[in-house]
Design a protein around this ligand. Structure first.
Ligand SMILES: Nc1nc2c(ncn2[C@@H]2O[C@H](COP(=O)(O)OP(=O)(O)OP(=O)(O)O)[C@@H](O)[C@H]2O)c(=O)[nH]1
Ligand SMILES: [Mg+2]
Length: 294
């Protein structure tokens, strides 16, 4: 029996959560094209009869601008303690001007003694020949154990990447039962699905100031779930935008979230959404803790 912990790190939007979902084979982490989609560390468990890899998705590495950002930084730090290997994900569309930031992110991770595998992601967006000079530049950033070009979205080369990870697992126990794929409680996944739709359907600065809290969730005798959730935003003007003309935007968020939640819970769902304003919540320690950032 072999097992181990593998952290997935990298700058915002690189495709870390997409990779986690791809390896686990189910959606356990939300994905959007807005940077800083992931706010906590999220475990995804991959199990075979004689092997278990516990993957830890992390928030994108960035300079924190508020208390929430500082917590996100702590999650990255704790996720990279006592691990057997680290997958560093980088978008292959990286510009030369961004290489230095990438190098600094890597050196901030304190990876001394930990094998680091570089996953060069989104290769579906590039021609093979265009990729070679990029790989060349990236390999100078760090003494990587391996460099694997992948498409997390389409799955290209992800088995090869995983084969590489297997080499770093050690003799050890299963840390989770065979049927467990994530450490997140049901309520948290439901809240995240709602936040994902908000991120995807809203523009500009609003998505970053959104938090979702499940205020009530119960299953009725007929199997149907009743869920009441609050979408928090930071300004009164944002509230109007989230609700939209005639409530249309909020309805759209609710419809799309409900589809995902029903698939996940394998049951019918009645979802009610409220929008609430909490000024500057990203700087309010107590509120951040209350909505689930331990
Ligand atoms: N074309 C392409 N797009 C991808 C690929 N992997 C991820 N994406 C897209 O890139 C965006 C960011 O993906 P995420 O998985 O949320 O990235 P992340 O690194 O987890 O981002 P943060 O949580 O914000 O740090 C989404 O729009 C994804 O659909 C890929 O292999 N190819
Ligand atoms: Mg993410």
């Amino acid at each position: 029996m072999k097992s181990g912990f593998i952290a997935i790190c990298g700058r915002p939007n690189a495709g870390k959560s997409t990779l986690l979902n791809r390896i686990v084979g189910e959606k356990v982490a939300i994905v959007s094209n807005k940077p800083q989609t992931t706010r906590t560390k999220i475990l995804g468990v991959y199990t075979e009869p004689d092997l278990q890899a516990v993957l830890i998705d992390t928030p994108g590495i960035h300079k924190p601008h508020n208390k929430l950002g500082e917590r996100m930084e702590k999650y990255i730090y704790t996720a990279t303690q006592d691990i057997d290997a680290l997958i560093y994900v980088v978008d292959c569309n990286i510009k030369d001007s961004e290489l230095q930031a990438e190098k600094e992110s890597l050196s901030g991770l304190q990876t001394a003694g930990i094998p680091v595998i570089l996953a060069v992601n989104k290769i579906d967006t590039k021609e093979r020949l265009e990729l070679l000079p990029i790989l060349d530049k990236l390999q100078n950033l760090y003494d990587f154990s391996a460099i694997v070009p992948i498409s997390a979205q389409r799955g290209n080369n992800v088995p090869e990447l995983f084969q590489n990870i297997k080499g770093f697992l050690k003799e050890g126990p299963k840390f989770f039962p065979d049927d467990v794929i994530t450490d997140q409680p049901e309520r948290q996944i439901v809240a995240e699905f709602i936040r994902e739709k908000s991120l995807r359907l809203l523009n500009k600065e609003i998505p970053h100031g959104i938090a979702v809290e499940i205020e009530r969730m119960k299953q009725k005798d007929n199997g149907t779930y009743e869920i009441l959730a609050a979408i928090y935003c930071e300004k009164q003007s944002h509230k109007g935008i989230i609700i939209g003309k005639g409530g249309e935007k909020l309805k759209q968020i609710g419809r799309q979230a409900r589809e995902d939640i029903e698939k996940f819970l394998d049951a019918k769902v009645y979802l009610e959404l409220w929008v609430r304003v909490k000024e500057d919540w990203r700087n309010k320690e107590n509120f951040i803790t209350d909505i689930g950032f331990e």
